[in-house]
Design a protein around this ligand. Structure first.
Ligand code: UDP
Length: 410
């Protein structure tokens, strides 16, 4: 777990903000909270819990993190749930639902009914809520995925569990559903002090660039993301081909290893084919712990693209904006929550439109700097870990005092 303290963030967010978070935290002092998710490592949920839980403890909450144990069959089912909730056309059979429920029953022992708060993350542990008792414990479902096009039948079943909670939390207002319980919107956040985001010495940035044979004297256009069609890496290559007619620049497509994902492997091959051995296109297939490499690539980039055609939130956009880079993103999902067109970056819909914006920024470094600077400040005010902690504290306070119309935080 992260050893960082709230005071370490004073230099980023200011003394007053950190003082306020601690003051709000005092109202919860002595309360206990249990987070339950389905994995301790890998993925955004684990990453955020790893960083959030020590800070929750620091403000006085007794915070615990429990992880589901599941069979391979269970994870296959929850992966199918995940895809269906993202809008893919997948048949969810009654047998799959039985596997889901049975596996969660075997995890009932995880639940500590003495807790003040229990937070279930995503659909995997959701049916643990069947074990809810009529006592003081407040239950929250934290949804990290975009449910706006969720499979109706599956959502209809999961919804029965969701409505047994006291509140549901989503990234964006568009992802909220028609529910009989209170819904809260909390966007995710990045940790500015983690290896992925902390400041790096120039030598580390230069060494990384050299290691990947990238020329540091020519502009670098970068997209970091899994090799997934929804991130449109092939579209990014088409954009680059247009831009290259006018500018002597390079493209870096950095993504995760795709060996366990047949679809990812296929997309990676397509991307390689499309780049047709162009020495100015660098396709980097990085291991999952390449945090410093990604940080260095983002810092070395001239322009960052995130040409997604669908996106839950898009933490890579947040990461690049935090590094003061001008970002051009697809006008979808959470990217639109982060990029204010013409102010903190550019939103685009097509290959031609994206190429136009890349050319505009390459030809106008002053504009690129302004967007980068404003983007960084926007992230500072909205999407950094201490703010995320503050939002959680306020949410828990409102659950703790449901009977009170006025909560005095003064
Ligand atoms: N990421 C990474 N290695 C890769 C590709 C992505 O570590 O090869 C990280 C990236 O820096 C970001 C996260 O994975 O922190 C991706 O989050 P995002 O919300 O952008 O997209 P998702 O992959 O969750 O759809």
């Amino acid at each position: 777990m992260s050893k960082r303290k709230l005071n370490d963030y004073i230099k980023i967010l200011g003394r007053e903000e950190i003082k306020e978070i601690k003051k709000f935290g005092d109202y919860l002092s002595g309360c206990s909270i249990q987070h339950i998710n389905s994995t301790r490592v890998g993925g955004g949920v684990a990453e955020i819990l790893e960083n959030l839980i020590p800070l929750m403890r620091e403000v006085g909450l007794s915070a615990k993190w429990s992880v589901l144990e599941g069979t391979q069959e269970f994870y296959n089912v929850t992966k199918a749930f995940h895809n269906a909730l993202h809008g893919q056309d997948i048949e969810i059979t009654p047998e799959m639902f039985d596997i889901y429920i049975e596996n969660n029953k075997r995890n009932y022992k995880l639940i500590d009914n003495d807790e003040d708060f229990i937070v279930l993350h995503d659909p995997q542990p959701l049916s643990l809520i069947e074990k809810r008792k009529k006592n003081k414990t407040k239950w929250v479902w934290r949804c990290h995925i975009d449910l706006s096009e969720a499979d109706i039948r599956l959502w209809g079943m999961l919804r029965m569990y969701v409505e047994k909670a006291d509140g549901a939390v989503f990234h964006l207002p568009e992802y909220a559903k028609g529910l009989y319980i209170d819904q809260y919107i909390i966007p995710p956040a990045i940790d500015p002090l983690s290896d992925k985001n902390r400041e790096l010495p120039d030598e580390v940035i230069n060494e990384t660039i050299e290691k990947f044979n990238i020329d540091k004297n020519r502009p670098i256009i970068l997209q970091v993301s899994r090799f997934d069609r929804l991130k449109d890496p092939v579209g990014v290559i088409e954009v680059f081909k247009i831009v290259k007619r006018w500018h002597n620049c390079q493209l870096v497509l950095a993504g995760g290893a795709a060996s366990d994902d047949p679809e990812g492997e296929k997309v990676l091959n397509e991307v390689r084919e499309r780049s047709e051995g162009d020495p100015d296109i660098h396709i980097l297939n990085l291991p999952p712990d390449s945090h410093i490499e990604i940080n260095a690539l983002q810092r070395a980039a001239t322009i960052v693209l995130q040409k997604s055609v669908r996106e839950g939130f898009g933490l890579v956009v947040t990461e690049a904006m935090w590094k003061g880079k001008p970002v051009i993103g697809g006008a979808v999902g959470g990217i639109q929550r982060q990029i204010i067109h013409g102010e903190t970056g550019f939103l685009t819909q097509t290959i031609e439109g994206t190429a136009f914006r890349v050319r505009q920024l390459l030809g106008n470094p002053g504009l690129a700097n302004r967007l980068g600077r404003q983007g960084k400040e926007y992230v500072r005010s909205n999407f950094l870990l201490p703010t995320y902690l503050k939002n959680w504290i306020l949410l828990l306070l409102s659950l703790k005092h449901p009977e009170r119309g006025i909560i005095n935080l003064g």
